[in-house]
Write a protein that binds this ligand. Structure first.
Ligand SMILES: *[C@@H]1O[C@H](CO)[C@@H](O)[C@H](O)[C@H]1NC(C)=O
Ligand SMILES: *[C@@H]1O[C@H](CO)[C@@H](O)[C@H](O)[C@H]1NC(C)=O
Ligand SMILES: *[C@@H]1O[C@H](CO)[C@@H](O)[C@H](O)[C@H]1NC(C)=O
Ligand SMILES: *[C@@H]1O[C@H](CO)[C@@H](O)[C@H](O)[C@H]1NC(C)=O
Ligand SMILES: *[C@@H]1O[C@H](CO)[C@@H](O)[C@H](O)[C@H]1NC(C)=O
Ligand SMILES: *[C@@H]1O[C@H](CO)[C@@H](O)[C@H](O)[C@H]1NC(C)=O
Ligand SMILES: *[C@@H]1O[C@H](CO)[C@@H](O)[C@H](O)[C@H]1NC(C)=O
Length: 414
């Protein structure tokens, strides 16, 4: 008697459970068809993390579509392009560090602290097409950096990347074993005492030197002289450079009045020619001043901005590629052209394309504190830098992957 009741009870429970699952799957199904356009874009897919059907009851904007696509895991890809891949959404993903606990984050990128409440932008991860990108492991990265000096040089976008890398590594050491210096916006350093390693940032938006004439304040960009700080970069084990944005600045934003080249002051010159000379100056410095057996040099490609308020209120990556804005191609071509012909191998962190999709990941109006926003009714959304935690963590993940693949020889020099 008792047993039949239990049997029936079990059957009943089981039936309602199955009913629930069917209902949830049906709901997902109808949402799938509404969102198929996302599938047509090779670089975007919205996937459940473990790639098995987890009936999800969370219907946040980006988790509507669940795609099951088992992927061949390839750990021994010889020539894997880790920059060619797709963005994958996982509603359960957590950033690798907590923003509020990281002492390196400036107001400009502290989106959550400044009141941004939609946080789906933290839940996308980058997957390469041809191979599995190793998951960022801060302890392992610190081991690899033991006794080493990492130097990141460039504009505020490289500062953005430095802040990200410092936070990532800081999360793996006790706060008392970290040395931090962040007061200046032009030089910053994080040191992990137990690993005797340091990660420094030097602000140098042109890589070449910008002088201001004492007599009359004329600003002279010296195309054939590397930044005066360069002496301090010697002895680095890993260097990450970038340049680009400041060359494209026009009107009031333009930071120079004259160029200096071969001892002459030049007023008019095509930006492309100026950048080309500057890049060659940089390449010469790399060849002459760095020990190629010791220093691994990376160049991070241009970080795309979504200017003209194209990031305002955006909570999802670009799904339609025709929307993708882009940086002057001519400048990118000059940079890539210089790197291609260099004798000393330079690794190109080709993040332009993968970042282009992420209009949702800029600080926008959350580049300023709430009080400041309320005081000034009008201000420009920042569609150039990136929230942290956020996209630059992915760039550093790819830097980490390059180091991991490099020692095991899985990635070619190209
Ligand atoms: C991270 O790296 C450390 C040191 O190499 C290793 O002990 C640890 O297991 C790794 N963690 C994960 C999650 O792989
Ligand atoms: C720490 O690293 C530096 C290089 O960055 C090296 O010159 C120095 O000898 C190291 N110190 C110790 C105690 O290992
Ligand atoms: C500023 O001084 C430099 C010489 O130091 C000169 O070449 C330049 O023409 C001056 N500019 C102006 C606007 O007077
Ligand atoms: C770099 O390493 C190569 C091969 O190990 C060696 O022949 C060369 O002399 C080294 N160069 C320098 C500058 O140490
Ligand atoms: C931006 O989002 C806020 C909050 O969702 C909304 O009130 C506002 O109308 C939106 N503005 C624009 C221009 O879409
Ligand atoms: C960087 O990636 C873009 C597209 O993703 C590609 O067109 C370009 O050739 C790549 N640059 C280099 C130097 O590999
Ligand atoms: C990224 O690169 C792919 C392949 O080169 C191209 O089809 C796509 O349009 C690029 N996407 C963006 C946003 O530039």
């Amino acid at each position: 008697m008792d047993t039949t009741i239990i049997e029936r009870w079990k059957l009943c429970t089981c039936a309602s459970f199955i009913g629930c699952i069917i209902l949830v799957l049906c709901l997902n199904q109808s949402r799938n068809s509404a969102n198929l356009s996302a599938l047509q874009n090779p670089a975007i897919s919205i996937t459940s993390f473990n790639q098995f059907p987890t009936p999800s009851i969370e219907f946040s904007a980006a988790s509507k579509l669940i795609v099951f696509r088992p992927k061949a895991v390839n750990h021994r890809e010889d020539k894997c392009n880790i920059f060619d891949g797709e963005w994958v959404y996982d509603s359960r993903a957590r950033p690798l560090y907590e923003g509020p606990q990281c002492p390196f984050l400036s107001d400009q990128v502290s989106c959550r602290r400044n009141g941004r409440s939609d946080i789906n932008y933290e839940k996308w991860s980058w997957r390469a097409k041809g191979c599995e990108i190793p998951r960022f492991n801060a302890t392992d990265m610190l081991e690899r950096l033991r006794g080493k000096r990492v130097i990141i040089v460039g504009d505020s976008l490289n500062r953005n990347q430095w802040e990200s890398l410092a936070c990532l590594l800081y999360s793996a050491v006790p706060p008392s074993r970290a040395y931090i210096e962040t007061r200046s916006s032009v030089y910053k350093v994080f040191r992990a005492k137990d690993y005797n390693c340091s990660v420094e940032f030097y602000w140098s938006p042109f890589l070449v030197q910008l002088d201001v004439k004492k007599e009359n304040g004329t600003r002279v960009l010296r195309l054939d002289k590397l930044s005066g700080e360069a002496r301090r970069w010697r002895g680095a084990d890993i260097m990450v450079f970038n340049t680009g944005h400041w060359w494209a600045h026009q009107g009031k934003l333009r930071a120079w009045d004259l160029f200096q080249y071969k001892g002459k002051l030049v007023e008019e010159m095509e930006i492309e020619s100026a950048l080309d000379i500057a890049m060659k100056t940089w390449a010469r410095w790399i060849r002459r001043k760095l020990d190629r057996n010791k220093t691994r040099v990376f160049f991070r490609s241009i970080s795309p901005s979504h200017t003209g308020e194209q990031c305002y209120n955006e909570t999802q990556p670009i799904l339609d590629e025709s929307d993708a804005a882009s940086f002057p191609k001519s400048l990118t071509e000059i940079i890539e052209g210089t790197i291609k012909v260099m004798k000393s191998p330079v690794r190109y962190l080709n993040i332009t394309n993968l970042s282009q999709y992420r209009r949702d990941a800029h600080p926008s109006i959350y580049a300023r504190k709430q009080e400041e926003r309320q005081q000034r009714k009008e201000f420009h959304p920042d569609c150039s830098h990136w929230c942290l935690p956020g996209l630059p963590d992915t760039w550093n993940g790819l830097l980490y992957a390059s180091l991991v693949f490099d020692t095991s020889g899985h990635i070619s020099d190209s």
